[in-house]
Design a protein around this ligand. Sequence first.
Ligand code: NAP
Length: 342
Amino acid sequence: MGYRVAVVGATGNVGREMFNILEEVKFPVDKMHAIASRKSIGVEVSFGNEILKCEDLEQFDFSKVDLVLMSAGGSISKAWGEKIGAAGPIVIDNSSHFRMDPDVPLVVPEVNPEAVNSIPKNIIANPNCSTAQLVVALKPLHDEAKIKRVVVSTYQSVSGAGKEGMDELWDQTKGVYVLGAPPPKKFTKQIAFNVIPHIDVFMDDGFTKEEWKMAVETQKILDPAIKLTATCVRVPVMVGHSESVNVEFESPLDEDEAREILREADGIVVVDKREDGGYITPKESQGEFPVYISRIRKDPTVENGLAFWCVSDNLRKGAALNAVQIAQLLHDKGLLKRKVLA
Ligand SMILES: NC(=O)c1ccc[n+]([C@@H]2O[C@H](COP(=O)([O-])OP(=O)(O)OC[C@H]3O[C@@H](n4cnc5c(N)ncnc54)[C@H](OP(=O)(O)O)[C@@H]3O)[C@@H](O)[C@H]2O)c1
């Protein structure tokens, strides 16, 4: 017996990965529903060998499902998340809307699995894609030597901005040497052959909201005492986010020890040879599950410092995979209930 599951945002980048991953990990599903906007009614998406026809969010009866994986953007989560949770299913939400709600656990299963033990609104939030891969890398190091401060610069792929972001990079790249790149619509400047130091809106202190999210989400998931400063940059890569990370610890932790700790940690693959190509790039992370760590080295500019490079598929660990891992965690703990339907 499996669960009745609905994926909201079924036609999107993250939604499509959700179907792929649910199938890859053989999550127990009895009945799957694909949900999108009214304009997508009848649009076909695939789930394993099944072809599903999309249903309209506004017409769907959520009381007939056990689990909802939601990735249709913050405004849809705001309008629908609590209503769906109140109808009975557990909602695992990918948007930023519920992440800092004290009554909503924000979960990365390798880091804070115990947070799912209390789900007052029937909603669990998935972190921002850049936070998810970062906290997987930080957790085992924090357990060993207690992190004081993190400085991170991100190199975020265009798929993090949805289908429209990918289309814009594709169209501009094709156009740039022919008729000239089409003007930016999704991004604020041309993304093809360029980088843009701006993701999400600006805040009063000069940080962007994406940078703020990395700081507060890391504190909520891992430890409120960690100080984190981020610079988030969009780069012309289709899939895979990269991060340059500098960490300052309370206790000494040498680079060999850190390498061994990371090798043993859940969800991490260390590829760290000090030679040409002895590191992972976003291209190689595409379609993969792990968080890859490379370039581990001492940061000699602080007392107990370490620097490393961290890469992961943002549509997988940064979104759909993490959501499915949360669902698996609920299943393993007996917290996901199969409804008995009349
Ligand atoms: N991409 C990432 O790396 C990433 C990582 C973490 C979290 N997220 C979050 O996941 C969410 C989706 O991201 P994405 O990259 O998959 O975006 P996307 O490719 O643009 O897809 C958006 C999805 O939302 C649906 N949708 C939009 N308006 C709707 C409405 N009024 N009613 C019902 N469905 C509606 C779309 O359906 P239609 O086709 O019918 O419009 C589509 O299925 C966002 O909240 C994003 O912040 C993304």
